[in-house]
Design a protein around this ligand. Structure first.
Ligand code: SF4
Ligand code: SF4
Length: 84
């Protein structure tokens, strides 16, 4: 499936433990990544600075659902159950 435009739920809901440009301590859960541009696209897509975590998250019906709200809730739940 294709990534939905203007969603970025997976750049907001999950925490990212590795550093990324502008977020040297990683990204807390629920905080929009500073690398999102005005159109909610990744500014470091395809660049080595993009965390490996991001490349591992591929669009999937279960995660993305039909709405951004679905994805935000699904990813927030995943964050809770995978918290160390
Ligand atoms: S949750 Fe799915 S549709 Fe939304 S930005 Fe991530 S991959 Fe794209
Ligand atoms: S680096 Fe890019 S893909 Fe990763 S969370 Fe930030 S905006 Fe999203």
């Amino acid at each position: 499936m294709n990534c939905r435009p203007s969603c970025a739920a997976c750049c907001i809901a999950p925490s990212i433990t590795s550093p990324l440009p502008g977020m040297p301590n990683g990204k807390p859960a629920g905080v929009p990544c500073v690398q999102l541009d005005e159109a909610l696209r990744c500014k470091v897509f395809g660049q080595p600075e993009r965390p490996a975590f991001c490349g591992g998250l591929l669009p999937a019906a279960e995660m993305c659902g039909d709405t951004r709200e679905h994805a935000l809730v699904w990813l927030a739940r995943l964050e809770q159950v995978t918290r160390p």
